[in-house]
Design a protein around this ligand. Structure first.
Ligand code: NAP
Length: 264
């Protein structure tokens, strides 16, 4: 379904892939609700969208807080008179090697990349069910499909999120709820620009936004991109671990003296 004249709520819309995607569909009569923690960034995106003729609203809120998300979804559903598409995009994948991490570093990834989805999924399902259906989109990652060095804690949380989206789809498709999981490879966003992690087959934010929007409009269940990174992950997955693991270590060598990077 075309993203035209639609009511879309995006959680994690102050920067990166989803902010760019919002700009790409700003002149198509959509009403876009933006959610993230940094209010100044949200205001910038909101103003930019309004300048392009888009009706934009925003809520500054932390998606790791379930009560906050319940409130935001209630307010957005009311202000936008019924949501049609909910895109849960918030998440972060810092460079983290398991041996350098504390237990709380590891569980922080579950909070940022799995609990955020749960906190949005519950009120999203409630809102969309009431209005007879809709689409729920989640930004996952190719790192959720294969254990990648320096992305392990993040990838594990995204793998759990994939499992949840797959189950939600199996349960709720008959109620006209459609679920789309996006699996980008590395994307050249500002937040990870200088983190020192090698990023094979990295794509631009503009390309990632365009591919995300195409997958959402096609209502794909799962969309992996770009092809080169998807193929690399597929090929590595097919190999037995004794062959795959040395290759993985060569593609993403240990960070050596680089400090562990906790999420911001
Ligand atoms: N960049 C990549 O290489 C890559 C690859 C595969 C998948 N992804 C996924 O793509 C998604 C978007 O990331 P991005 O690369 O576009 O980077 P980004 O610019 O950091 O975007 C992340 C967005 O999520 C928001 N966010 C983060 N934590 C939040 C929280 N607790 N509550 C509310 N909002 C929160 C951020 O805004 P605030 O900081 O203002 O809250 C920001 O708007 C993430 O789920 C990421 O895991 C990224």
């Amino acid at each position: 379904m075309k993203l035209e004249n639609r009511k879309i709520l995006i959680v994690g819309a102050s920067s990166g892939i989803a902010a760019e995607a919002a700009f790409q569909i700003a002149d198509r009569g959509n009403m876009i609700g933006l959610v993230a923690r940094r209010e100044d960034k949200l205001e910038q995106v909101s103003k930019g969208l309004s300048c392009r003729g888009c009706k934009a609203l925003h809520w500054a809120a932390d998606a790791t807080d379930p009560a906050e998300m319940t409130r935001v979804f209630r307010e957005a559903n009311e202000a936008m008179r019924g949501l049609e598409v909910v895109w849960v995009n918030a998440g972060q994948g810092p460079d983290m090697s398991i041996a350098d991490c504390s237990a709380s570093d590891l569980t922080s990834m579950i909070r940022l990349n799995y609990e955020v989805l749960v906190n949005c999924l519950v009120p999203a399902i409630e809102c969309l069910r009431k209005s007879g259906g809709g689409q729920i989109v989640h930004t996952n990652s190719l790192a959720g499909l294969l254990g990648i060095p320096r992305q392990g804690p993040y990838g594990a949380a995204k793998a759990a999120a994939k499992h949840l989206m797959d189950t939600a789809r199996a349960e709720l498709e008959p109620e006209n709820l459609r679920f789309t999981s996006l699996f980008p490879g590395f994307v050249a966003t500002e937040r990870i620009a200088n983190d020192g992690l090698p990023k094979p087959h990295q794509i631009s934010v503009e390309t990632a936004a365009r591919k995300s929007l195409a997958a959402i409009e096609a209502e794909k269940r799962n969309a992996c991109f770009p092809l080169a990174a998807t193929s690399l992950v597929g090929a590595l997955k097919a190999l037995p671990q004794p062959v795959r693991n040395p290759l993985l270590r060569r593609i993403l060598p240990s960070s050596g003296s680089l400090p562990n990077r906790p999420p911001t």
